[in-house]
Write a protein that binds this ligand. Structure first.
Ligand code: VGL
Ligand code: ZN
Length: 199
């Protein structure tokens, strides 16, 4: 009744050293994630998957630079370097990440006008990806999250997961963060307060 899944967030080339939005040490987690994949019955992946000229790219906002913030209809949005463009090498999974066992790959961020950090909802916190329904229908109620980046896509996914009633653990040793303006401390605090188990 209480199945358990490993959710691997955005373990893609653009978030690893040499990538367009490199997370420091992002590639270091690959061996650990591979070992965890082996140990879990169910494995689900997310893949950041933007069209060219996506609204979350600084290049789409004249006069703005990466890591600036803009107001979108759905609230504040951090602007990023162009990254994870659909079909590009940067959007591909890290070549040493063993994703053979993955049962589902959730792609996110494909709507031009809205970014999507979370595996469950886009950044308007209203448009679902379908993952919650998928997991519930399969009677999977316990989730362990790993991947990139700790303080953005992993944290937003974990917060939505607990809000959706899933028992949620983030394995911090199998995550790496961006840490933009104290975002690491902020998001670790939010996850703790929301009842995410930080391991
Ligand atoms: C991510 C920024 C933009 C992430 C994705 O995977 O954490 N961060 N797109
Ligand atoms: Zn993105």
């Amino acid at each position: 009744m209480t199945g358990e899944a490993l959710i691997v967030i955005d373990l893609q080339n653009d978030f690893c050293p040499g990538g367009a939005l490199a997370v420091s040490g992002g590639d270091e987690i690959v061996p650990l994630v591979n070992a965890m994949v082996h140990d879990f019955e169910h494995v689900v992946l997310t893949q950041d998957w933007h069209p060219a000229h996506h609204s979350s790219f600084a290049s789409s906002h004249p006069g703005k630079a990466p890591f600036d913030t803009v107001e979108m209809p759905y609230g504040a949005q951090t602007l990023w370097p162009d990254h994870c463009i659909q079909g590009s090498g940067g959007a591909a999974f890290h070549p040493h990440f063993n994703r053979t066992k993955a049962e589902l790959i959730i792609r996110k961020g494909f709507r031009p006008a809205i970014d999507s950090y979370s595996a469950f909802f886009e950044n308007d916190h209203a448009t679902p990806t379908g993952l919650a329904g998928y997991l519930r229908e399969r009677r999977i109620s316990r989730l362990t999250l790993v991947g990139l980046a700790t303080d953005f896509c992993v944290a937003y996914s974990a917060l939505d997961a607990v809000a959706q009633g899933f028992s949620t653990t983030v394995r911090l040793d199998a995550c790496r963060g961006i840490d933009l303006g104290g975002s690491m401390e902020t998001m670790l605090g939010k996850m703790k307060a929301a009842g995410v188990t930080l391991a």
